[in-house]
Design a protein around this ligand. Structure first.
Ligand SMILES: [Mg+2]
Length: 157
């Protein structure tokens, strides 16, 4: 089963601070979690304050609980997809304590929608329009699912 996900996070060049994650399965079912983040660090970043923080719902779960929720919710034989996926994948691995601590059934890589778009020859007009709620992790994860559907359709032509 494919899972499309997106994180909001803060990167200072040394560490990545997770803020929120949205995951959408192929069937449209969804999981959304916010993590308790370092408030001074986030407040010091005007871009995050303007683009990410307004979307947050303010109910956070501890990291261990987030891992448990993701582990329980994701089914067997998952395939993970994200858009410009590198950071998102590292954040997911780090949530579990590192790549080798991912649940055993998780693959050790994430597929990248942007990479697929490039490999298809950068087709114009295939990406879904920018969506309301951009930088809300769940809205972005849903957009990722739509983008995958659009690319799959394009690839069939
Ligand atoms: Mg996002």
């Amino acid at each position: 089963v494919k899972y499309f996900f997106d994180w909001e996070f803060h990167d200072d060049g040394k560490t990545i601070e997770p803020i929120s994650i949205g995951i959408v399965a192929e069937d449209g079912s969804a999981l959304y979690l916010e993590l308790p983040y370092n408030i001074p660090r986030i407040e010091a970043d005007p871009w995050i304050m303007e683009n990410v923080v307004p979307h947050l719902e303010g109910v956070t779960v501890p990291r261990e609980q987030a891992c448990e929720s993701i582990n329980k919710w994701v089914g067997d034989d998952p395939e993970f997809w994200a858009y410009y996926a590198d950071y998102d994948w590292v954040v997911l691995c780090q949530l579990f304590g590192g790549m080798l601590k991912l649940p055993k059934r998780f693959p050790k890589l994430c597929l990248d929608l942007q990479q697929w778009w490039i490999q298809l020859g950068r087709p114009e007009g295939v990406k879904p329009p920018a969506h309301f709620g951009e930088h809300h992790a769940l809205a972005d994860a849903r957009w990722n699912r739509d983008l995958h559907a659009a690319l799959a359709e394009y690839a069939k032509r």
